[in-house]
Ligand binder design. Structure first.
Ligand code: HEM
Length: 215
């Protein structure tokens, strides 16, 4: 992929990630948020947090399937957008649901399991966002950084459970999101297993003297 097309794809990702937010702001500005505006804003931001998080997790498997490096270059941008949406989603809960009543918020986190799960998902994303810079990759070392960033799957699982727990009877989209996460995790596990088997076979070949007869 040329430098120009890489910039174009990144610009498209920026636009795609900002459109849902712009649409929400536009609906608020034109008084089109419906009968329950807080719920609409919370749910829209929650939906897009999960979608963008899944998109960021899809980049590595997509790169493997396509045999291309460019999807991986979008992972960080998508991950940071997911984190930004999660912070907005959380801010709506803090400001509009509880208006900074920290004691009641604490109670809610402990009392309602889906809030506990959402909180855990958000907190799991924090170290990933903080260490997303190239400087942090260097400081931590590639291997430790990659290990830490596997937490993105844990964040995805917690977020999917948050959605499953809160969804009302009769809804099915929460399961579709969980199924997509399962598929992505399946691809990664298959790749990790294949790599581990290859590494072990190479190590075994290195220590076992060749059985082939010498000429
Ligand atoms: C990575 C973090 C998170 C993700 C991906 C996420 C995702 C979601 C999703 C998909 C929904 C459902 C939207 C719908 O019904 O269409 C939702 C709703 C909600 N989330 Fe989160 N969430 C996260 C973190 C949090 C946190 C930290 C809180 C608060 C502490 C929170 C509070 C809520 C509330 C109050 C709702 C609305 C529930 C209802 O309609 O009754 N979420 N979230």
């Amino acid at each position: 992929m040329t430098r120009r097309s890489r910039i174009l794809v990144k610009a498209l990702v920026w636009v795609a990630c900002l459109v849902p937010l712009a649409f929400l702001v536009w609906r608020a500005a034109t008084d089109e948020l419906g009968a329950n505006p807080i719920s609409l804003v919370t749910n829209t931001l929650g939906d897009w947090t999960l979608r963008i998080l899944l998109a960021s997790l899809a980049m590595t498997p997509l790169g493997i399937v396509l045999g291309a490096a460019w999807p991986v270059t979008l992972r960080r941008l998508l991950g940071l957008f997911a984190f930004a949406y999660a912070c907005l989603h959380f801010s709506v809960w803090i400001v509009l649901d509880f208006f900074f009543d920290w004691a009641r918020m604490g109670e809610d986190i402990v009392k309602r399991p889906y809030i506990t799960l959402g909180m855990a998902a958000l907190l799991t994303l924090v170290p990933l966002a903080v260490t997303s810079t190239s400087g942090m990759v260097k400081r931590l070392g590639g291997r430790a950084w990659r290990r830490l960033h596997r937490l993105a799957y844990a964040a995805g699982a917690l977020a999917a459970l948050h959605f499953i727990w809160l969804a009302k009877v009769g809804r099915t989209d929460q399961y579709w999101h969980a199924a997509v996460l399962g598929l992505l995790l399946g691809v990664r596990l298959a790749v990790w297993t294949a790599r581990a088997v290859r590494r072990r076979a190479a190590a075994a070949a290195a220590v076992t003297p060749s059985a082939a007869p010498r000429p």
